[in-house]
Unconditional design. Sequence first.
Length: 244
Amino acid sequence: MVKVRLQKIIAEAGICSRRKAEALLTEERVTINGEKAQIGDKADPDLDEIFVDDYRVDNIFKETVIILNKPIGVISTCNDPQGRITVLDLLPKDLRKGLYPVGRLDLDSRGAILLTNNGDLTLKLTHPSYLHEKTYKVIVEGFPSQNTLKRWREGVILNGKKTLAASIALMHSKRNTSMLKIILKEGRNRQIRRIGALLGHPIIDLQRIAIGNLKLNSLGEGNWRKLKKKELNLLDYTYKNTST
């Protein structure tokens, strides 16, 4: 195997993202064959002994990516100090090791969330510069006017910074509620809920139905499945072209 950068090896071993791996190198917590490693060092995981602290980086890495239909009331973290149910609790125990959620859905929201042991993939799917699209089906109070929808599409000031342009489509309205289809290219904390409240249309229900071109389709709430390689390719072309 050709030698590759340590931060890539560490990320693909499911230990952390490349960015965090660089921090580990800076902190001199990584060694190659007993010698302290530095940023820029390369290694062959089939030949070299690589350690992070006292943990040996396993050169046998099986990537796992799971799509989960998160129900309301489930926390998008690996563990919760308050003892609430997390997304990992919905998986079999023998599958949980090394997995962590890619991004988050708040406690009161439901829908598609990915879990993986690939730190490099996590970085690509969460870093703002990649502008990944996420699609939501949202029920709001009242009947948003065309002017309100236009404001939402063009961006709203949150914490002093304007949100990116979004796709907002009114699906239907009934009984003093409206259903919207919203496509975002960013994911600020509780962004849709905050904008809905700001524009006078509080959110009643929020469901993420797609991440990129990857859709929930018939996957029931609380259920999950592993993604196949062809489905991973739906997420983003930069993942397919990852360089060493």
